[in-house]
Write a protein that binds this ligand. Sequence first.
Ligand code: SAH
Ligand code: SF4
Ligand code: F3S
Length: 482
Amino acid sequence: MSVCLPETFYIRTFGCQMNEHDSERIAGMLVGMGMQPVEQPGAADLLLYNTCSIREKADTRLLGHLGEARRLKREQPERMVVVAGCLAQSRRESFQQEQPHVDILLGPQSLHELPRLIEERLESGRSAGAFAEETTRFSAELPRARRQGPLAWVQIMTGCTNYCSYCIVPYVRGPEASRAAEDILAEVRGLAEQGVHEITLLGQNVNAYGAEPGFRGKGDFSGLLRRLSEETPIERIRFMTSHPKDVSPGLIEALAELEPLCEHLHLPVQSGSDRVLEAMRRGYTSADYRALVERLRAAVPDLSLTTDVIVGFPGETEKDFAATLELVETVGYDSAFTFIYSPRTGTRAAAFADAVPADVANDRMTRLVAAVQRSALERNQAYVGREAVVLVEGPSRNRESEFTGRTRTFKTVNFAVPHKAEAAPPPSESFEPGSSLGSASAANGGAADVSVGDFARVLIEGATSATLRGRLLGAARADRAA
Ligand code: SAH
Ligand code: SF4
Ligand code: F3S
């Protein structure tokens, strides 16, 4: 029987940056099969949801989208529905029974199986799934379809073997596995040739790079950073996520010394209470964390620090929470992701007694968010009146006439571009992947033009807890000022 492949596909991505990266690889495979991406689910022959299972909310959100997929499939029964990613891995066949309109389930270590599963599904008519338990092929080895632009994700490792008691990631992403440095270097060189100026190295625990038993490459994370700095032309390097217990003296030295390494570290603390940290199995105390921050700040004085915090972990008392608030206030974060604890089936903490009532957890969350915002605002206000170097990423989200980009310290800066009368073309209306936004000239003779992908000098004139606002001064030559 000859079967027709779907002609168009729609991808919706949930979860962390690793999933965003994986979706670029999934899109690359589908394009390789001859399909075209579309922006609207109703226009697609194949609907793919790349899922997250980190908290219950993530699961519920997906169910809403699957309702839409069911409706669309009813309209056009040959439409194919694929659920990929962490939720597919955690729920496996039971999910297919609950959601019979799902044709293919694909765990995050099995992405390369997608073309085969699509063909099998078309030929046999039966639904299919693939759920490898560990990484035998990095998604980074698959073809990629990414939005053109100056930023790119680079996968350096997958999985996690830390088993923090609340976390589902080790169960769905498998044990830590690191990519060979040569492959990473080759990918980064290729990206630089395509006009990428900033890379974010991805892994659940990047600073454990190369530490797993059986790693066939050599070198640790700071060694990799050194090689990337010395052997590629990339201007900015970021990485996430770092685990506090694995921040080595070598990494601190690298942050202080290596020019391309940005002055920003995402360092999840989770709690300020030693009792809670122990129950979470984080492997450090509050004092260890504070001492680490002091060492980091001594080595990199303008370091921007961001974090993740969980409130309402089982057994968390008001005193434990007060310790978290105090830590957040003392460290002075530039921003933080804050979460209410959500029990995940199969994790150790799911069996813990002393659940914190929802109203208590909500109240703690409100107080925590207020503390984070105070600290973020204070840190951002320190930029006002200063000049910053911004890598221009595109039009700003709210105002088409403005650009947006980030400083090395990960601050989002929106800035207006004064139009040079008549001479400069207006910024284009829509931002097509691959297009440049059109250049805009600075006022007063236009000493410099900036386009997407350029480094710009911006005078910071205002700050909120979330963003900075500024005015273009001109193009930046060196990317060290911010
Ligand atoms: N690998 C990274 C991040 C993993 S998930 C790390 O170790 O830091 C991102 C964040 O989600 C975690 O840092 C944690 O704050 C939060 N998180 C994970 N599991 C959670 C759960 N069960 N309930 C609430 N928040 C959770
Ligand atoms: Fe989850 Fe902990 Fe691993 Fe992060 S380090 S992914 S929180 S188990
Ligand atoms: Fe979610 Fe999986 Fe990332 S559970 S946070 S998509 S590793």
